[in-house]
Design a protein. Structure first.
Length: 286
């Protein structure tokens, strides 16, 4: 029964992983901050459309969880993207790729230390293997890797997303569509405003629309499934499985860009699979 509940996390990771190759295509026409804003805003607006036209059964949001929603928006939707933007602009790509793998670690540590989520040796072994696999896949070790004070902003972004994941767990019994709708529109609006101020974009409407559609499926639906997974298997397990998203993105990239998996990918994927196997066999405690 537990293993079936992992399906939400895998589907969430798969949809989010799709955003990487699709966003790579869009970046040739859409500035990065505006693209991020439209991905977020598209997720919220699309789910608002679903709610507005009664395409689902509505559930009242518990007002007692409003504080978690506000904290989630501030940490994951506003602070994290902004500090990440400044950090990325002043660090080597190899360094940023390495540090961005810290999110799953931050999420698990925060969940265990501050939110009293149970974890055992198998959980931490799985976390270690999955993190190593993601580092092998995402870091180009031929590029220069160097740490400076700006690197701390990337670590801070990962910490903010780790807190966001834990705040989302606290309100996961509420309607996930309502949560993602509010978060998406709020975070999207902030990033769009930043783009208008700093990027001053001039692009075709069709690219904006396509970015929003990608956001609805790869962010909106993905995060709804992420919250359902939080509800089912807890924060640390969900975040670890979700960190496999780059692998799904890489698999789609092989098809879209007509390339073949290399030795590095096979090695990383093998380590990932072993880590997830250990995670599934770990004693299940939310």
């Amino acid at each position: 029964m537990t293993k079936n509940k992992f399906l939400y996390a895998f589907l969430s990771a798969f949809l989010f992983g799709l955003s990487t190759p699709l966003s790579k295509i869009m970046l040739s026409e859409v500035p990065p901050v505006l693209l991020g804003g439209m991905l977020y805003f598209g997720s919220g607006a699309g789910l608002a459309f679903v709610s507005l036209f009664g395409l689902r059964k509505k559930k009242r949001f518990d007002a007692a969880d409003l504080k978690w929603l506000i904290l989630s928006i501030i940490c994951g939707g506003i602070i994290a993207p902004v500090v990440l933007l400044f950090g990325l602009n002043h660090t080597y790509s190899g360094t940023s790729s390495l540090l961005l793998n810290f999110e799953a670690v931050a999420t698990t540590v925060i969940a265990v230390l501050f939110f009293k989520e149970k974890a055992n040796k198998k959980i931490f072994l799985s976390l270690f293997l999955i993190t190593v696999a993601c580092i092998i896949l995402t870091v180009n070790f031929s590029e220069k890797i160097a740490f400076n004070s700006w690197s701390l902003l990337i670590v801070l972004a990962c910490l903010m997303w780790g807190m966001d994941n834990n705040f989302s767990k606290k309100m996961s019994e509420n309607d996930p569509v309502t949560i993602v709708m509010i978060k998406g529109i709020s975070a999207g609006a902030v990033n769009i405003i930043l783009s208008l101020i700093f990027e001053k974009p001039t692009i075709q409407t069709s690219y904006i629309a396509f970015s929003a559609i990608i956001g609805f499926f790869c962010y909106g639906v993905s995060i709804v499934l992420f919250i359902l997974s939080l509800r089912s298997i807890g924060t640390s397990r969900t975040s670890m499985i979700f960190s496999s998203a780059p692998f799904f993105g890489a698999l789609v990239s092989f098809v879209v860009f007509r390339t073949w998996p290399d030795t590095i990918f096979v090695l990383a994927f093998s380590i990932l699979a072993f880590g997830i196997l250990i995670l599934q066999k770990a004693d299940f405690q939310k």
